[in-house]
Design a protein around this ligand. Structure first.
Ligand code: AMP
Length: 367
């Protein structure tokens, strides 16, 4: 037995993964490299199904299917954070689920998440809970404008958000986010967005990749560069923040912490935006640009295996191939040093993540 209360997995064992997207696909590929199998559980078809040995297509509240799934795997993890609480708890009563349901539930609700993070003494944007238009008016008076109204749950890639500027129509903003429980966040005048991708093992070991600097287009991650262009002390602080959060959640697996970099009185300061209890798009470069990828690191952690070295191999840039970008694949394949990843999705809809390309430059070739 290991810390965490279960024996570690052995090569040949099967990991259960909830969700069938590209993150599940890259997890399954990393698991296969280490001689492990994956069983994907999902209500819908997705690119992870092409690369797994077993699949269950069933709803997340289908207890009969969940029981059979639990009996067929040694550990359960997930590739997206909106797994219903019932599903995670049902499975956790039967076998180890990593990250644990508490971490999942904390990250699923922006109000709970930000309250938790502030409770650790870590800064976030100022926020106020909002349950109706009257609350919104009051919150706006406290936080000032501009401010951002965000649904507490199920928001991603800018969905479920409305920016409120001076003189903005509050009732329209409330309707725009679906008139659902929300928070209003004060606007953070950031100079850069960065993220920490790190892993915590069952024994509490912690390994962070180099800090990422992220550029978004239309609310979707477009480019990640690592290491981020920040002061060394800022990078250290970002990792300390991620470690503090992971320790407090008794987290096992890869976690991502998205942060805003602000300049206050001439000094760099970090403000947490949100956490993702899973592998993260800003960590995709680690497949080609680090000694151990974030996907392998997650597999190692949930299996009770030692974490690998997160050492970066050069100056790295990862670009998402979004929508029609993917049609450039023949050109990208011809480019020396471009690591091309295609997710096998059939239809290149606008805004859809179809693949990514990573380029790694050795430091001596730059500057
Ligand atoms: P989120 O879904 O919370 O990650 O927000 C999506 C994007 O909106 C972020 O990556 C930022 O670019 C922007 N954003 C979110 N919250 C704030 C904030 N409080 N202040 C300024 N920009 C924000």
């Amino acid at each position: 037995m290991t810390a965490g209360g279960m024996s570690r997995l052995s090569p040949g064992d099967t990991i259960g993964v909830l969700g069938s997207g590209q993150l599940g696909r890259m997890l399954a590929i990393a698991a296969a490299r280490l001689g492990l199998k994956t069983h994907i559980y999902c209500p819908e078809s997705g690119p992870a199904l092409d690369v797994s040995v077993a699949r269950t297509r069933a709803a997340y509240d289908d207890d009969v299917a969940l029981s059979a799934f639990a009996a067929s795997v040694k550990v359960v993890t997930y590739e997206f954070e909106n797994v219903p609480a019932h599903t995670a708890e049902f499975l956790a009563a039967r076998l180890p689920v990593h990250p644990n349901p508490f971490a999942l539930e904390t990250a699923q609700d922006r109000l709970v998440e930000k309250t938790f993070i502030n409770g650790l003494g870590i800064a976030t944007a100022p926020f106020v809970a909002v349950d109706n238009v009257a609350d919104l008016r009051e919150a706006l008076a406290r936080l000032g404008q501009p401010a951002i109204l965000k649904t507490r749950r199920m928001g991603y890639d800018g969905k479920g958000q409305a920016m409120i500027r001076a003189g903005g129509d509050l009732a329209a903003a409330w309707v725009a986010i679906g008139a659902r429980p929300a928070i209003l966040e004060g606007f953070v005048p950031f100079v850069r967005e960065v993220s920490v991708v790190a892993a915590r093992g069952r024994d509490g070991a912690f390994a962070a990749f180099d800090l990422n600097e992220n550029e978004h287009a239309n609310h979707i991650l477009s480019v990640t560069r690592a290491p981020a262009n920040v002061a060394p002390d800022t990078a250290r602080q970002a990792v300390e923040i991620a470690k503090k959060i992971a320790d407090a959640l008794d987290y096992v697996g890869v976690i991502a912490v998205e942060l805003f970099l602000v300049i206050e009185n001439g000094a760099e300061k970090l403000v947490v935006n949100e956490i993702a209890p899973r592998v993260h798009n800003s960590g995709h470069w680690t497949i080609d640009g680090a000694d151990t990828s974030q996907f392998e690191q997650h597999v190692r952690a949930v299996c009770g295996w030692p974490l690998g070295s997160p050492k970066i191999r050069g100056l790295v840039e990862m670009r998402n191939l979004i929508g029609d970008d993917v049609h450039d694949w023949p050109k990208l394949l011809a480019e020396p040093g471009a690591y091309v990843h295609l997710y096998g999705k059939h239809e290149a809809r606008p805004g859809r993540k179809m693949g990514h390309v990573t380029r790694v430059a050795m430091p001596k070739t730059r500057g």
